[in-house]
Design a protein around this ligand. Sequence first.
Ligand SMILES: NC(=O)C1=CN([C@@H]2O[C@H](COP(=O)(O)OP(=O)(O)OC[C@H]3O[C@@H](n4cnc5c(N)ncnc54)[C@H](O)[C@@H]3O)[C@@H](O)[C@H]2O)C=CC1
Ligand SMILES: N[C@@H](CC=O)C(=O)O
Length: 420
Amino acid sequence: MNENNPLRIGLIGFGCVGQGFYDIVAQQPGLNLTITCIAVKTPGKARSLPAHRFTYHADELLADPELDLLVEVIDDAAEAFRLVSAALRRGRRVATANKAMLARHLPELVQLQAEFGGTLLYEAAVCGSIPVVRTLDQYFSHEPLRAVSGIFNGSSNYVLTRMSEEGSDYGPALAEAQALGFAETDPTLDMGAFDPRSKAVILAAHAYGVFLEADEILNLGIEGVSAADIAHAAAQGQKIKVVAGLYRLPDGRLTALVTPQLLGPESSLYTVEREFNGVVIDAAFAGPQFLQGRGAGGHPTGSAVLADVLALRRGLRYQYAKQATAPAVQLTHGLEIDAYVRHPDAGVLREVLTWLELPAEAVQTDVHGSFATGAVPVQQLWAWRKELRSLGVFVARQGEVRPVAATATFQTNEAVAALA
Ligand SMILES: NC(=O)C1=CN([C@@H]2O[C@H](COP(=O)(O)OP(=O)(O)OC[C@H]3O[C@@H](n4cnc5c(N)ncnc54)[C@H](O)[C@@H]3O)[C@@H](O)[C@H]2O)C=CC1
Ligand SMILES: N[C@@H](CC=O)C(=O)O
């Protein structure tokens, strides 16, 4: 395949990422890329290009034989799946940034590529500009990994940085993350750690060859984080970061969780601030590696989309090499963490302790009020996750996860088996 063949691109979505990708392509004419069609949803919206450049019917792009490949960057996961799966059924080459869609439909999308010969790349969907999907899929295709963990969400990291460095309140800090184009259309996905959970699902497919169900993964966010929590961490020389982790336990089981974590300067993630993301890959033979870069924003994400477009021109496809060994991998909640739990209402805090089977003596007091610490099974947090969220209870992890007697073990890859 000629690496500099002219390519005609159909772009679906012209928001923060679509515009970012467009700018980057426009600034580099030597790449021989032309964005010939752009599909948008809302007529009459002020945009940086004249109205005649747009169509309101994305389906037209799928059928256009003049287009060499498609870029899908819309904010609607269901519609994105309809469009991308239809494109793959036509054997098309597609780049997407839509992690919510991928986390829900990855097995089907992999199957469609095998069946119809199209290609789907999605580097931009995980950690913005950090080339982590390709690193796991290509470079570590045959190396067992002990863990893949990190800060996978730029918006929540931005909010935490603003709260701890400048003493901002949660609300204004989130409004800034939205104004800068980092947050999802529904920011609950960022603040509630649903977005990094989707990214963990995607990375699990490449790091371990398993297709996890997002709902099986514990995800706790930062909606309940307060100045008291930030001050508590700072008093111990720590910061609060939302850490997503995929960990292979010594017995071969896999665990995945996304929770706030109290981290000290010994962690590579301690200095990852604002919209930056960081990924630690702990490989069996290579040892630990650390990748850091901008995890959100139009240009960083547009840059990752461009990398995929150029890779599609070269004929790159993901290998999913570890699927061959995947049946041995099971997702488990048979773990416990050392948890820090705080809520401004002492009555709520006591109630939460009973849910988490922590004794009343777990409650401690500092200048900011009451909090509790203790070892809590992940299964217990998972079972009460909806109540913890709705009450705005802030739970953070301290230190590593520990395997305990298995409580629940989920069989993964059922979705894949169903396709066979
Ligand atoms: N903003 C960021 O930093 C990052 C975003 N992403 C993902 O990229 C995608 C796009 O994100 P943003 O550009 O930030 O969102 P955005 O909200 O700025 O833009 C999305 C655009 O898609 C349009 N749209 C919705 N349905 C459409 C349809 N059927 N046809 C044509 N246009 C349609 C919307 O009107 C909107 O203008 C999302 O899946 C997001 O999760 C991924 C990585 C980083
Ligand atoms: N909303 C996401 C955007 C990139 O994936 C984030 O904040 O990380």
